[in-house]
Write a protein that binds this ligand. Structure first.
Ligand code: ADP
Ligand code: MG
Length: 615
């Protein structure tokens, strides 16, 4: 130890992370090379950015590149870059503490046993540097910051408990990572093995990668090339690289535009939705370039929040190179980019829905909630988003969905509005008494199973000038269906009045219905602003929306109702029990039954009286 040597302890979480890396990760060990190259490339990108924005840089003429050296006799591998390097403080901060939320998320994921520890996760969670300890007996980092007034340092560790920092005045700009390999991991000291790993994972790094003196990667920005000359495999490889994902993407959009902005963009949709997998909220991973120079990685405002699952690259020649990242965030230019990109992306989804339904539906199943979030929050793109919505409906088989446009194309001439029914699933929807009037009129009704859909409908209000109306609230009448046994208008009115007297506070109002065919009665939310489905949703979220106020509607054509009218004159006591039971049944059908025990007790009393009356 020289006099300047400082010994540091790893933060507890980092040590925990290292223990997992060292003791639990046995497969895909080679990804440590990908991770270190990715860090080296980031460092070079950052240097290029500082250069283009006119900052003073140490050793300004050094070429930006990554060099890898293997030594199969000494059993070592060294990865060197000429990027921005690190100061002493940055070393401590970046390679010894939990700087990223990613490391915590990674630990949580692994310790909860949700996911078996997997080396591939490491890059996705942004803790790539530590993957070196899968194969290393010791890691030694030499680094010198690009800032002219700094000196070089070394950082050494075996990955257990501590690391040491020392001064290294002769260090050139950038970072060198020297790994003494474990006996079992010798393979990473042979150049053929390392070359195939680089080809597999790092072919698209936008800086030359030399292996033992020879350049082994293709250095070209794939997004600037023409579509026709890029193969699917190349596209996917590039996705693996920028997306930190070892799976192929679901689909991609590669396009360029000249007006209103010069843009070249390549964005991918991952085949897995990380948010529903229980991993933290997704972060937009689209990087912003200007003529192949990285301006901002994970450029936050480039796409709206609800497109945060996208990964890829946007390159625009119209960006001023020397703009600061902060002022870029909120600039009018960024807003303009956002609008152009989002519009183009939505158009692409629309095209996809026509050209490749299968992929579109896969995408929809994975990400429909993001699109719906967009409908609810983003006025600018609301109409194009509504165009992408898909729902099951009364005229389609279970599992098949329709767009609102196709729904409208099937509407009979006398139908003026678009109808939807909120339900917990297909069976519940099919059984709903609210559907009866629609069936009798041959009107199609959309089935919505997700509570967010009600919010979506509220925000949309209309689609192509047709009002979206909840089936529970639709003001429709069944016409011409009067049959002999039906009650007259007058009798039905009298029955409703009587029922309200008997039911008292249990209902707000009792009315004669014009829309029921097969059911004797339904209840409707008398508070027109909230459907029963919404109430259940609020309740499940722990928000009680207060006591339910219900209106009851009686079907004058139903035999129970007409007989009830007769009975109220002969046996009012029993008739009262029956009407109470009718209310309970209707509440049950609407999913707003409050106390099943009371209901069963009443039902038993009713049976008793029916049996007694039959004697
Ligand atoms: P991530 O790359 O996702 O930030 P890592 O664990 O791979 O996470 O690296 C941690 C941090 O260490 C990086 O963010 C960077 O600041 C620093 N770092 C790692 N390698 C280098 C390098 N070659 N040059 C400069 N900084 C580096
Ligand atoms: Mg990294």
């Amino acid at each position: 130890m020289s006099q300047k040597t400082e010994k540091h302890e790893f933060q507890a979480e980092i040590q925990q992370l290292l223990d997992i890396v060292i003791h639990s990760l046995y497969t895909d060990k080679e990804i440590f090379i990908r991770e270190l190259i990715s860090n080296a490339a980031d460092a070079c990108e950052k240097l290029r950015f500082h250069q283009s924005s006119g900052k003073e840089i140490h050793e300004p003429d050094t070429e930006l590149k990554i060099s890898i050296a293997t030594d199969d006799k000494a059993n070592t591998i060294t990865i060197t870059d000429t990027g921005i390097g690190m100061t002493r403080d940055e070393l401590v901060e970046n390679l010894g503490t939990i700087a990223h939320s990613g490391s915590k998320a990674f630990l949580k994921q692994v310790s909860e046993g949700k996911e078996k520890p997997d080396a591939n996760l490491i890059g996705q969670f942004g803790v790539g540097f530590y993957s070196a300890f899968m194969v290393a007996e010791e890691v030694k980092v030499h680094t010198r910051s690009f800032a002219p007034d700094q000196s070089g340092h070394t950082w050494v560790s075996q990955g257990v408990g501590t690391y040491e920092i020392d001064e290294a005045p002769d260090c050139p700009r950038g970072t060198r990572i020297f790994i003494k390999l474990k006996e079992d991991d010798k393979e990473f000291a042979t150049s053929t093995r390392v070359e195939s790993i680089i080809k597999q994972y790092s072919n698209f790094v936008p800086f030359p990668i030399e292996l033992n003196g020879e350049v082994v990667n293709k250095v070209s920005a794939i997004w600037t090339r023409s579509k026709s000359e890029i193969k699917d495999e190349e596209y996917n490889e590039f996705y693996h690289y920028i997306g930190h994902d070892h799976e192929d993407p679901l689909t991609r959009l590669h396009f360029s535009a000249d007006a209103p902005l010069a843009i070249k963009s390549l964005v991918y949709i991952p085949a897995k939705n990380m948010e529903t997998l229980g991993v933290a909220r997704s972060e937009n991973e689209v990087h912003l370039y200007c003529r192949k120079v990285l301006i901002q990685s994970k450029a936050e405002k480039l796409f709206p929040e609800w497109l945060r699952f996208l990964k890829g690259v946007v390159d625009s020649e119209d960006l001023p190179l020397n703009i600061s990242r902060e002022s870029m965030q909120d600039s009018a230019l960024m807003q303009k980019l956002n609008k152009v990109l989002t519009t183009r992306f939505l158009k692409h989804l629309d095209e996809l829905s026509k050209k490749d339904e299968e992929t579109f539906y896969k995408l929809y199943d994975l990400y429909h909630r993001f699109l719906k979030e967009g409908v609810a929050t983003d006025f600018t793109h609301r109409d194009s988003l509504a165009n992408l919505l898909r729902y099951e409906s009364t005229v389609l088989d279970k599992g098949k969905k329709t767009s609102l446009k196709d729904y409208i194309s099937r509407m009979p001439e006398d139908q003026k509005e678009i109808y939807y029914l909120l339900a917990s699933g297909r069976d519940a929807a099919e059984d709903s008494p609210y559907l009866e009037v629609f069936k009798s009129k041959n009107y199609e009704v959309l089935f919505l199973y997700d509570p967010i859909d009600e919010i979506v409908m509220d925000h949309l209000g209309q689609f192509e000038e047709k009002t979206l109306t909840s089936a529970e609230k639709a003001d429709l009448k069944i016409e011409d269906a009067k049959d002999e046994k039906a009650l007259s208008e007058e009798d039905a009115g009298a029955l409703a009045k009587w029922a309200k007297e008997k039911l008292g506070d249990k209902v707000e109002e009792v009315r004669v219905s014009t829309r029921l065919v097969g059911s004797p009665a339904v209840v409707l939310d008398s508070d027109k602003t909230m459907t029963a489905q919404m109430r259940r949703f609020m309740k499940s979220m722990g928000q009680d929306s207060g006591p339910v106020k219900l209106d009851m509607e009686l079907n004058p054509q139903h035999p129970i109702v007409s007989q009830l009218f007769a009975m109220k004159g002969t046996n009012e006591l029993l008739a009262t029990k029956v009407v109470e039971q009718l209310l309970d049944n209707a509440r049950l059908a609407a999913g707003v039954v409050e106390d099943p025990k009371t209901m069963v007790r009443q039902l038993n009393q009713l049976l008793e009286q029916v049996l007694a009356a039959g004697k």
